[in-house]
Design a protein around this ligand. Structure first.
Ligand code: AGP
Length: 759
């Protein structure tokens, strides 16, 4: 239980509203009491079947923990914070004598954090879901959404099954029970847990990462995936098998897997093709190891542990050996071994039980899904436990804001190549070099993402246009499918995503691929769906970002895309000087961001002044239009204050009407090509008595003359196309302090999840 709860806590940042777990009790299942009988294999196992305890609670993991300690172990709130076996009670509430508590030979446990989509966040709707809440014969945790749950539910209800929850997930354990019984009735007594799970998943439409547990198959777990992320970790230290799945934005309903691959495989040039390929630039510099193994590893090591999770942070304390499961993979763990099978596409797709046929092929129930055993590569996580801990900071958001100088250096490491004197000489992006010529020949470049990732695209568009001399368009990923955007095979689509799992971005990627466009990824999470599905790309290497509000990923995405723009223009003689200035500017960037972070106390003071405000406008233009949008997104997302990022050129076309002496207005007016225009904006806002806060370059002397009453925030001046990286820092700090002062949770803002894995 401890491991499950800690695993869930590591996933808290992803957002959830309730949590639960299922684990084996020490009591045996009622009809399996004659345990003295020596039987072989499965029969023996069935007699060993333990009852399954399911525990669920609404709210924080701490609530679940308190409930579990009280109800399962009889501990009072003020008891020591540790599980005491001698105080245990059984799942039905009867006190157990301490002598009845024996360590389990094996343990297969599952846990989940839910983000309500189908049905409100209450205990009943919380995972794990069961085939029936009295027996808990089949229990399931699910990340994703089952789109055909309604007809499946109707079919199962017609056959007498009683549903207890409002969720889409409940059809899954119910289907397990239904099919398991039908197989038995049809004489199919040797159906394995894996076969049963495959028959169940075959009926499901939508997205899922699932883990199944059953009293019928004690000590076994089956995990299956389609559409939602699922990792497996392998450790050799103790005798438990556990699984933690979180439920972002779905009923059942992901991440930061920092997998590094193939230090020896220097020829690898793409983000795709492997379980989790890092860009080749990394491959050339990394010192991590690659362990390739067959997944049919059979070990009699009684100490082996297998972990399943949607996110490496849930398991990194226990193991760094992980593999990424692919769509239609089904992994079966039992007796200290695991095997992975890929479900084969059916030639004649099963019409499904919802069609009214019970088993159309045979008239009888028997397993029909074909699969073949497959190998997956075990990778070594580069993630350190510290990266998912707050350390000396109060919040992850704060930690991640302060990590930016180091994160930006990591993004550039091995990619910005220095000469002997330490000056930046050229850019080397191994993960893209093979595709650079194709990209340069494209008809246009499309930058695509959501939220903050989209804002980073806005920040970089101008430089892309300037250096590549290609038309560059921006697409919000969620709009691509709605509009059926005209994408063509001579387009290059660049998909930007911190998590690499955002459903809208993934769908847009699939759409672009289907149209034949070259798809490039700018992704933080190695091994993520977007990282794997793109033709090539760059990992931003910002490190795990836990806070829901994206901060370091934003600045690192901009830096990664500056590197891409530089590498695409390396043959241009006319741009030599400009490119060189940018490269030297990049070298100074971490130091400039560090300088900016020294403004923390000033931003705290400003936040104190603004904490009661209901609205905040932010004006920016050119390279800093993105700063305005991103600053406003941060303020509304975590501080829960209405805020609008506005292109300063649009001010007179509407927003000016909002300006009066009460309205706080931030204007980004650092010294670049837009400076004079921004000066005029400041004058006009001042003329309407706006409460001005100006972000200016550290050597600026003009703005304070233009607006003597304004609060002036001075930031280091860098190359214009890099200024957005510096300018966002005071806005990140402001939104952080506003959030804390207003008493809100900056790491898990209400209604939001870290990875939006459903459309
Ligand atoms: C950022 O603060 C937000 N949480 C959100 O806008 C996020 O950037 C967006 O959902 C896209 O996520 P991705 O980068 O993981 O694709």
């Amino acid at each position: 239980m401890e491991k499950l709860l800690v695993g869930l806590k590591r996933l808290e940042y992803r957002g959830y509203d309730s949590a639960g777990f299922a684990m084996d009790d020490n009591e045996k299942c009622e009809d399996d009491d004659d345990d003295d009988e020596e039987e072989e294999g499965g029969d023996k196992k069935r007699h060993d079947a333990k009852k399954v305890i399911v525990c669920r609670e609404v709210g924080k993991i701490a609530n679940l923990e308190a409930l579990a300690r009280k109800e399962l172990f009889g501990e009072d709130d003020d008891d020591e914070n540790e599980v005491k076996a001698s105080k245990s009670k059984s799942s039905n509430g009867r006190k157990k004598s301490s002598s009845s508590i024996k360590p389990l030979d094996f343990c297969a446990s599952i846990a989940h954090t839910r983000w309500a989509t189908h049905g409100p966040p209450n205990k009943i709707n919380t995972h794990p879901h069961t085939s029936d809440s009295r027996e808990n014969e089949f229990v399931v945790v699910h990340n994703g959404i089952i789109t055909n749950h309604a007809p499946l539910r109707a079919m199962l209800e017609r056959r007498g099954m009683k549903f207890e929850t409002d969720t889409d997930t409940e059809v899954i354990p119910k289907l397990c029970k239904f099919l398991s019984d039908k197989f038995e009735e049809s004489g199919e007594k040797d159906v394995t847990f894996r076969q049963l799970a495959m028959e169940v998943t075959r009926q499901l439409q939508g997205a899922y990462a699932l883990v199944f547990k059953s009293t019928k198959y004690p000590g076994e777990l089956v995990a299956a995936k389609r559409g939602s992320p699922l990792l497996m970790g392998i450790s050799d230290d103790s005798g438990e098998v556990s699984c933690v799945i979180d439920g972002n934005l779905s009923d059942g309903a992901e991440e930061d897997v920092l997998l590094k691959k193939a230090s020896g495989n220097k020829k690898r040039k793409s983000m795709t093709g492997g379980a989790a390929a890092a860009p080749a630039a990394d491959a050339d510099t990394t010192t991590t190891t690659r362990i390739t193994t067959t997944t049919t590893t059979t070990t009699n090591n009684p100490k082996v542990e297998f972990y399943f999770a949607s996110d490496a942070s849930a398991m990194v304390e226990h193991t760094k050996r992980v593999l990424v499961l692919e769509d239609d993979d089904v992994c079966h763990c039992h007796d200290g071994t695991y095997k992975i099978y890929k479900v084969e596409k059916q030639k004649h797709p099963h019409p499904g039980y919802t069609s009214g046929h019970d088993s159309p092929e045979y008239g009888l129930y028997k397993p029909v899904v074909l699969s073949k055993e497959v190998e997956r590569t075990i990778e070594t996580l580069e993630m350190e436990v510290e990266s998912i801990m707050k350390g000396e900071f109060d919040h992850f958001m704060q930690k991640e804001i302060f990590e930016q100088p180091e994160a930006i250096s990591s993004t550039m490491r091995g990619r910005l190549v220095l000469d002997v004197l330490g000056a930046a000489e050229r850019v080397m992006l191994g993960g893209m070099s093979q595709f650079a010529a194709t990209i340069r020949r494209s008809r246009r470049i499309i930058l695509c993402g959501c939220g903050t990732s989209y804002n980073s695209a806005i920040a970089i568009r101008q430089l892309f246009e300037e250096l590549t001399e290609l038309p560059v368009t921006l697409e919000l990923a969620s709009d691509v499918l709605d509009r059926r955007c005209p994408f063509f095979r001579d387009d290059t689509c660049i998909f930007i995503s911190q998590s690499g799992e955002t459903a809208d971005t993934l769908k847009a990627l699939e759409y672009a691929k289907a149209k034949g466009a070259l798809c490039v990824g700018i992704v933080n999470t190695v091994g993520s769906a977007i990282s794997r599905a793109t033709d090539c790309g760059v990992h931003i290497n910002a490190g795990a970002e836990i806070g829901v509000a994206s901060t370091k990923a934003y600045t690192c995405q901009i830096v990664a895309m500056v590197l891409v723009a530089l590498s695409l223009s390396e043959d241009s003689r006319s741009k030599h000087t400009r490119r060189d200035d940018i490269m030297q500017g990049l070298l100074k960037l971490p130091g400039c961001v560090k300088e900016c972070l020294k403004m923390d106390a000033i931003l705290l003071e400003l936040a104190q002044e603004l904490k009661e405000e209901h609205s905040l406008l932010i004006f920016g233009r050119g390279f800093n239009y993105a700063t305005a949008l991103e600053g406003a997104l941060k303020v509304k997302e975590v501080a829960l204050v209405h805020s609008e990022g506005i292109l300063a050129g649009e001010m007179k076309h509407g927003p000016l009407a909002l300006v009066d002496k009460h309205m706080p207005i931030i204007v980004v007016c650092t010294n670049d090509g837009s400076y004079e225009k921004q000066q005029s904006v400041v004058q006009q806002l001042k003329a309407r008595d706006g409460r001005l806060i100006l972000i200016v370059s550290d050597d600026d002397t003009e703005m304070e003359k233009t607006a003597p009453d304004a609060v002036i925030l001075r930031v280091p001046k860098v190359e214009d196309c890099l200024q957005a990286v510096v300018n966002i820092v005071p806005l990140q700090l402001l939104s952080y302090h506003l959030t804390v002062l207003r008493g809100h949770n900056c790491d898990q803002p209400r209604n939001l999840a870290k990875s939006v894995t459903v459309e």
